[in-house]
Design a protein around this ligand. Sequence first.
Ligand SMILES: *[C@@H]1O[C@H](CO)[C@@H](O)[C@H](O)[C@H]1NC(C)=O
Ligand SMILES: *[C@@H]1O[C@H](CO)[C@@H](O)[C@H](O)[C@H]1NC(C)=O
Ligand SMILES: *[C@@H]1O[C@H](CO)[C@@H](O)[C@H](O)[C@H]1NC(C)=O
Ligand SMILES: *[C@@H]1O[C@H](CO)[C@@H](O)[C@H](O)[C@H]1NC(C)=O
Ligand SMILES: *[C@@H]1O[C@H](CO)[C@@H](O)[C@H](O)[C@H]1NC(C)=O
Ligand SMILES: *[C@@H]1O[C@H](CO)[C@@H](O)[C@H](O)[C@H]1NC(C)=O
Length: 488
Amino acid sequence: MVTLREYLVLTAAFCFHTINGAQQPNILLVVADDYGFHDIGYHGSEIKTPTLNKLAGEGVKLENYYVQPICSPTRSQLLSGRYQIHTGLQHDIIWACQPNGLPLEDPTIADKLREAGYATHAVGKWHLGFYKDEYLPINRGFDSYFGYLTGAEDYYNHTRCSSLIHKGYCGIDMTNGKTPDTTETGKYSTHLFTNRAIDIPLFLYLPYQAVHNPLQVPEKYVAPYRYINDQSRRTYAGMVAALDEGVANLTNAFKAAGLWDNTVMVFTTDNGGQIHAGGNNWPLRGWKASLWEGGLHGVGFVNSPLLKQKGVVRKELIHVSDWFPTFLNLAGGSFNGTKLDGYDQWKTISEGSEGQRSELLHNIDPLYSQRGSKRYNNTFDTRTRSALRMGDFKLITGDPGNGSWIAPPEQANHSRPDPSKRSDNVWLFNIVKDPNENHDISQQYPDIVDKMLFKLSAYSKTAIPARYPDPDPRCNPALHGGVWTPWE
Ligand SMILES: *[C@@H]1O[C@H](CO)[C@@H](O)[C@H](O)[C@H]1NC(C)=O
Ligand SMILES: *[C@@H]1O[C@H](CO)[C@@H](O)[C@H](O)[C@H]1NC(C)=O
Ligand SMILES: *[C@@H]1O[C@H](CO)[C@@H](O)[C@H](O)[C@H]1NC(C)=O
Ligand SMILES: *[C@@H]1O[C@H](CO)[C@@H](O)[C@H](O)[C@H]1NC(C)=O
Ligand SMILES: *[C@@H]1O[C@H](CO)[C@@H](O)[C@H](O)[C@H]1NC(C)=O
Ligand SMILES: *[C@@H]1O[C@H](CO)[C@@H](O)[C@H](O)[C@H]1NC(C)=O
């Protein structure tokens, strides 16, 4: 396997010679995994992220930016521009052995950018299904793919042992194009080089493994953080430092190749930090997998010489599903065949014009265990797990997950437990005035609750059934030479 740096230098060098200098910008989409809201330097973290701070500081910080609470859902919306209720992925992640995936009838942003003339490459985590060849990134619009198909694995030996379901199924998860790659040879650069034979703008999708668990990092990155007593937090801080250095190398490679002037870089987390694996979202409430802000209020920024205003903060509501139409318009691509829930936000990001979005369906999950008893005389069942943002207001129903406020270890005495009762299943917040969800105002504003419940009903009517198939034992890597690969 080539290193990321080698990959990028090759990519960039090659593009430098072949780029046609057209208006279509290169698009560099960097995703960090389980990266917490508190864990970027400019959110007051003790973890230093000089590269990310600089890129965000000189670009546009998105401070009202939302993702989904867990991996596959966010990635599905990022690549399809569609809410989970419209792809059947509203319940959970895609587990390694589930025959499931992002529906093939939904074009990905890579499909559409390729159609608009882009070379499209993905390097890193997929997690959008792989049980059949058709679901592999190479068949979802990417010219090349190098990475792992499941949700997490060992950072060094690239082995995934399936958790939750089919414990004990272990295999190497690394795929080059369609082919499992168990070697450390330089094959990929050749593959990449020979595939890139035309004048092309570049779409590079780089969903890093970092900083998801397992907590692993070369020791040198941890050295500056020896003072952090909490071992998980200390290792996690080192992982963030390595990620920050990776982004520095990446952007330097683009600059060295003369590509940067025509590049739009987006940095996003996929969901909130996991407090049980070193991450932190302080001062937000809750964490990864919950519908509290700590689960879905994301870290995000844009850097590009093409931005009209630089060094600014945007407070307009922006969501991960907005990248699809934003990128496709930047690329001058066609929207034929797309059905999108996202909005083109480029003018908002670049010029500060009014946001395109006043509403955001966080999710409706019909399969999640119900909580409490049905309240309000409304067509929407408040026992169902859901959350909706309308203007300044956020409504949460059902079981949103643990809503404690967890401060980072060095300020642990600020942490506060979730005050909710087990029977509670409706919360209303003015997120603009109360971004940390301290004051439930559902009692004061029953009319707003009612209106938002009706809106949830209306969304429910557009949903397709949630798919959550039983795991298929044919996934077992032992049946496929010890690797995770399509089995059907
Ligand atoms: C890979 O590393 C994990 C620790 O993360 C270990 O449990 C496993 O045995 C290793 N697998 C191989 C094949 O070396
Ligand atoms: C960044 O580049 C330096 C210099 O080549 C290298 O030592 C380092 O390992 C790279 N870091 C990452 C995260 O790729
Ligand atoms: C739009 O896409 C469909 C397939 O999804 C294709 O049949 C049709 O020709 C396309 N129309 C245009 C104008 O490109
Ligand atoms: C619930 O709403 C329906 C229709 O709006 C109304 O007919 C019914 O009387 C209401 N029930 C209660 C208990 O308020
Ligand atoms: C919520 O999480 C906190 C921190 O992990 C834990 O102490 C608490 O028991 C949890 N509450 C519930 C109701 O599970
Ligand atoms: C937390 O502890 C620090 C000193 O360790 C103290 O200054 C601060 O007042 C404490 N905060 C709370 C909310 O207890």
